[in-house]
Design a protein around this ligand. Structure first.
Ligand code: NAD
Length: 509
C-alpha cells in the first residue's frame, strides 16, 4: 500500500509527542506504537508524556495567553483562516492518515478534514461577531452592556473516533475567542494529532504568534486526569465515553471550573408507518454501519412500527447482504475495521449478552477471517430484534450492532426512544406532519439532536452539537456554542453627575 502520506505530513518511524507550538520534544513516559486497524502494521511510535512534561506545556500556555488575548479578534480570525487554508492543502494526505490510523473509510477521513476546513471558515466569520447585548439601565444617565472576554487555557481531551475534527471544533473557536489551547488526543490515534499540530504550528510561526498558544500532549488517561484537576485550566472540553465524562466532570466540578462534555450516545431512529421506506433504510444502514458503528451519533436502535417490522427486516437483510467490508483506503468498501482488538472483544461480548437476554438474530455477528482481514479487527455488522429494557440495549456498544424494537403507538415509540440513559441524537422517519411535530415537541425526543427524515448519524457544523443526560450536556461547533469559551462581563457606566444608589438608599454625607 502507498503510505507516502506519512512522509508528506512529516511523520517518521518515531515521533516526538510533546509540542509547544512548533517546538517538539519527546515525552519521558513509556513508548507506545500506533497500529493501523486496516492491516495491523505499526505506523509509528511515540512516547507518552509524564506529569513533568505536562507542566511545561501548561506553563507555556499560561505565559502566552496575554499576548494572544491582546491581539484583536479579527486578526486572530485571519490566522485561523490561514490554518484552514493549510488544512485545505493537506486534505488528501491527512484524510488518508485519519483513514489508515483510525480505520474509517477514506471518504469519511477526507470528510473529517473537510469539517476542519469548514469550522475554520465558520470561526473566521465568528471572529467579527463575538458580540454581547446592550440593555437599558433603570438609572438615569447610565448605560449597561455585556461583553465577552477569553477564559485562558482551554484543555481539549479527544476520542479516537474523530481524531482530528473534534480538536478543530474546539481549538479554532477557542482561538478566535482569544483562548490558548492544550490538546490531549486519544492515545489510540496519536499520529493524526501530531500531523495536525505540525500544520497549525507552521502557520502560527509564520505569523510570529507565541508558541504556547497551541500545545499538544500525547498522553494517556493520567494526563487527562491532571487536566481535569488543574486550576490553571478554566475550561476542559472532553469528548469520549460517559465513564470518562463522569470522572472529568466531577474533578472539574470539584474545583468549580467549567467543563464541556461530549459523551456517549444510544441513538434511535423511529420508522413510522408513514415513512418513506427507501430513505429510511438508507438512513438506518448508513447510521448503523458507517465508521463501523464507531460514531457517537451511530444509529444503535431502530424503533419500527409493528406493521412494518417484517418489511424492514427483509429490506435490511438485503441491504446488509450487499455491504462491502474491507480496507478503508479502498474506496469501493463501505465498512472498515473496528479500532483494535479490545473493541472486537467488546463487540463479541455485547452480541453474546444480547442473545443471553433473549435477542432474536436477524443478522448474526462474527469476526471476519482471511488475508484481507489479517488485522483481526474486521467484523460483520449485526442486527438483532430486542426489547428496549435489555441491559445491553441500554448501553452504548461502540460497534456495528443494530437493535430492532417494535412499537404500536407513537407515544410508545417516543417513550422507548427516550428510555435510555443517553440523549445525543434521534430521528423519526415519517411523511406525516403531526407525527413529525409531536416528535420535535416538548413531549417528543429528549435528545440534543432531533431529526425528521434524515438519520441520526453526523451533523452539520452550523448547529450546536451535543446531547443531554449521560451525553454530558455540552454544546460545541456552530450556533452560539462559542460562548462556552468566553466569560461574560456585565458593565454599567454612569455618565451623569449623580450616583443613584441601589434600592433608593441615601448616604447624606
Ligand atoms: P474514552 O472515554 O476511552 O477516551 C476518550 C479520551 O479521554 C481519551 O483521550 C482518553 O485518554 C481520555 N480519558 C479516558 N479516561 C479519562 C479520565 N478518567 N480522565 C481524563 N481523561 C480520560 O473514549 P474513546 O473510546 O476514545 O471514544 C469513544 C467514546 O467517545 C464513545 O462513547 C463515543 O460516543 C464518544 N464520543 C462522543 C462524541 C460526542 O460529541 N458526543 C464524539 C466522539 C466520541
Amino acid at each position: 500500500m502507498n503510505l507516502d502520506f506519512l512522509k508528506a505530513l512529516g511523520l517518521a518511524d518515531h515521533n516526538q509527542g510533546i509540542a509547544i507550538g512548533g517546538n517538539w520534544s519527546d515525552g519521558a513516559g513509556k513508548t507506545i506504537s500506533s497500529h493501523s486497524p486496516a492491516d495491523g502494521r505499526c505506523i509509528g511510535t511515540v512516547n507518552l508524556a509524564t506529569e513533568a512534561d505536562y507542566h511545561k506545556v501548561i506553563e507555556a500556555a499560561q505565559k502566552d495567553f496575554s499576548a494572544w488575548r491582546n491581539m484583536p479578534a479579527p486578526k486572530r480570525g485571519e490566522i485561523v483562516r490561514q490554518i484552514g487554508e493549510a488544512f485545505r492543502k493537506h486534505k488528501d494526505d491527512l484524510g488518508a492518515l485519519v483513514s489508515y490510523e483510525m480505520g474509517k473509510s477514506l471518504q469519511e477521513g477526507l470528510g473529517e478534514v473537510q469539517e476542519m476546513i469548514d469550522i475554520a471558515d465558520f470561526a473566521v466569520g465568528l471572529s467579527r461577531q463575538l458580540h454581547g447585548l446592550t440593555m437599558h439601565s433603570e438609572r438615569p444617565s447610565h448605560r449597561m452592556y455585556e461583553q465577552w472576554h477569553p477564559l485562558g487555557v482551554v484543555g481539549i481531551i479527544s476520542a479516537f473516533n474523530f481524531p482530528v475534527a473534534v480538536w478543530s471544533w474546539n481549538a479554532f473557536l477557542a482561538w478566535v475567542c482569544g483562548d490558548v489551547c492544550i490538546w490531549k488526543p486519544s492515545e489510540k490515534t496519536p499520529l493524526s494529532a501530531i500531523a495536525c499540530q505540525k500544520i497549525a504550528a507552521e502557520v502560527f510561526e509564520a505569523n510570529q504568534v507565541p508558541a504556547g498558544v497551541s500545545g499538544l500532549i500525547i498522553g494517556d488517561a493520567e494526563i487527562g486526569k491532571l487536566m481535569a484537576a488543574d486550576q490553571r485550566i478554566p475550561l476542559v472540553s472532553a469528548t469520549g465515553s460517559s465513564r470518562m465524562g463522569k470522572s472529568v466532570g466531577a474533578a472539574v466540578g470539584a474545583r468549580l471550573g467549567k467543563s464541556l462534555l461530549e459523551l456517549g450516545g444510544n441513538n434511535a431512529m423511529i420508522i413510522s408507518p408513514n415513512a418513506d421506506l427507501n430513505i429510511a433504510i438508507v438512513g438506518a444502514l448508513f447510521g448503523a454501519v458507517g465508521t463501523c458503528g464507531q460514531r457517537c451519533t451511530s444509529t444503535r436502535r431502530l424503533i419500527v412500527h409493528e406493521s412494518m417490522l417484517e418489511e424492514v427486516k427483509a429490506k435490511l437483510s438485503s441491504a446488509y447482504g450487499q455491504l462491502k467490508i474491507g480496507n478503508p483506503l479502498d474506496e469501493s468498501n463501505h465498512v472498515g475495521p473496528l479500532i483494535d482488538q479490545d473493541a472486537v472483544n467488546t463487540y463479541l461480548k455485547a452480541i453474546q449478552q444480547a442473545k443471553e437476554e433473549g435477542a432474536e438474530v436477524i443478522i448474526d455477528g462474527k469476526v471476519l477471517e482471511g488475508d484481507q482481514y489479517s488485522s483481526g479487527c474486521y467484523v460483520q455488522p449485526a442486527v438483532f430484534l430486542v426489547q428496549n429494557d435489555y441491559k445491553i440495549v441500554q448501553q452504548e456498544t461502540f460497534a456495528p450492532i443494530l437493535y430492532l424494537i417494535s412499537y404500536s403507538t407513537l407515544e410508545e415509540a417516543i417513550h422507548i426512544q427516550n428510555d435510555v440513559p443517553q440523549g445525543l441524537s434521534s430521528a423519526i422517519m415519517t411523511l406525516n406532519m403531526r407525527e413529525a411535530e409531536q416528535f420535535l415537541s416538548v413531549n417528543g425526543s429528549d435528545c440534543g439532536i432531533a431529526n425528521v427524515n434524515i438519520g441520526t448519524s453526523g451533523a452539520e457544523i452550523g448547529g450546536a452539537f451535543g446531547g443531554e443526560k449521560e451525553t454530558g450536556g455540552g454544546r460545541e461547533s456552530g450556533s452560539d456554542a462559542w460562548k462556552v469559551y468566553m466569560r461574560r462581563q456585565t458593565n454599567t457606566i454612569n455618565y451623569g453627575s449623580d450616583l443613584p444608589l441601589a434600592q433608593g438608599i441615601k448616604f447624606d454625607l
